[in-house]
Design a protein around this ligand. Structure first.
Ligand code: NAD
Length: 374
């Protein structure tokens, strides 16, 4: 089996699906040659020479896409699809919610594995690309906010007087939100956080942040809020209205607002209205991590900083790509762990365990057809 690692070509994508570390492990058995497309790792600071030293051949895009196992970060573009070989394994963030992209991928005849659909079970944690990348996004969101914010984050007592600590509000406390709390905490900010899922309260408080409670009016609301499989579900409009009012009041005194709320396969819930932005202090900074799914904040625009009467709304997409080296390192390890279900890196034995629940959950297309999702 030839393992190919193409260069990512989508705009702004700097990551690479394998690193010299993972290439070395995959090359260990000597049974499966690796082809890394020239400059695939350059944007993530992994030069071709390091891939070559780890045991890969540096080749063309055609060679990398034409491999038996193709490791990608993002799903292939229309221009890349024809380069895939029928029967090959394709592993990456294939965007399984996009039916047209899935149909196009299936038409190539590859067996496609979409890592977005890894089940959230203990055994899959080491493969969980959504977690590894959300963790980075949460960190980077705070770094970006701190950079744009025109004041200090920590409280400072200086000879020239005292500087107040920044007040940070984090909405949506999944993997990204938890890392945002931890990072802002290290910078000395005073933090509040909220989420729809009640189980998050203890995690927020254990990180030293204050929980902003949005009460449930009845058992039905509470049941929906618990979510499914670790993910949130859309809340009833009455709860969303109650949340908007509570958050509106909090936002009046907030310096930095970071929103990360997502519901898989749906547009991001709108949490911040335009009048809430208007009620915030001049100089406040909002970072909307959900901007690629439509945004949590009214007025956020993809890859823009929108200035609304002195309140800056940052809508940068793909934050992990702004931490390209570590994002690639973690992603590549996730991919190696996923591939190891089928390919033993030490012995080189290869067999896809079709009955494995992780394999079954992620297989999105095979033999020219999209695999129906139940
Ligand atoms: P996500 O990216 O899908 O969503 C981010 C957060 O937004 C979630 O916490 C969600 O509850 C919240 N949210 C959605 N709608 C909201 C609303 N209207 N208002 C406020 N918040 C809203 O979530 P995620 O980061 O992928 O993680 C979800 C959970 O899964 C976390 O608790 C995480 O710890 C858990 N997890 C478990 C495993 C595992 O067990 N293997 C692996 C990864 C994550």
């Amino acid at each position: 089996m030839i393992i190919g690692i193409p260069r990512e070509t989508r705009a702004g994508e700097t990551r690479v699906a394998a690193t010299p570390e993972t290439v070395k492990k995959l090359a260990a058995s000597g049974k499966h040659p690796l082809v890394v497309e020239a400059s695939a790792g350059t944007m993530a600071s992994f030069p071709d020479s390091e891939f070559a030293a780890a045991g890969a051949k540096i080749g063309s895009a055609a060679e990398a896409f034409g491999a038996d196992i193709v490791l990608k970060v993002r799903g292939p573009t229309a221009a890349e699809l024809p380069g895939l070989k029928r029967g090959a394994l394709l592993i990456g963030l294939l965007n399984p919610f996009d039916a047209a992209a899935m149909a196009a991928c299936a038409a190539t005849g590859v067996s496609g594995f979409a890592l977005e659909w890894l089940p959230r079970i203990t055994r899959a944690q080491s493969m969980d690309v959504l977690s590894s990348q959300a963790n980075i996004a949460g960190y980077k969101a705070v770094m970006i906010a701190a950079d744009i914010y025109t004041r200090f984050m920590p409280m400072l007592m200086t000879a020239a007087g005292t500087v107040k600590a920044a007040r940070v509000l984090i909405l949506g406390v999944g993997v990204a939100g938890l890392q945002a709390i931890a990072t802002a905490k290290r910078l000395g900010a005073v933090i509040e956080a909220s989420d729809v899922r009640p189980s998050v309260k203890d995690q927020v408080e254990s990180l030293g942040a204050k929980w902003v409670d949005v009460p449930y009016a009845n058992d039905e609301e509470r049941k929906i809020a618990e979510g499914v499989g670790g993910y949130a579900r859309p809340m009833p409009p009455e709860w969303m209205a109650r949340q908007a009012e509570i958050i509106h009041e909090r936002c009046k005194s907030v310096d930095i607002l970071i929103t990360t709320a997502l519901i898989p396969g749906r547009p991001a819930p709108k949490l911040i209205r335009a009048d809430t932005v208007a009620a915030m202090k001049p100089g406040a900074v909002i970072v909307d991590l959900a901007v690629e799914q439509g945004g949590n904040v009214e007025g956020a625009e993809l890859d823009q900083i929108v200035n609304k009467a002195g309140v800056k709304i940052v809508g940068f997409g793909n934050l992990p790509a702004r931490v390209a080296t570590d994002a690639s390192a973690l992603y590549a390890r996730n991919v190696l762990n996923f591939l190891s279900l089928s390919l033993n890196p030490k012995s080189g034995e290869f067999a896809v365990p079709k009955d494995d629940e992780i394999v079954k959950a992620t297989l999105v297309c095979e033999n020219g057809a999209v695999v129906p999702r139940n």
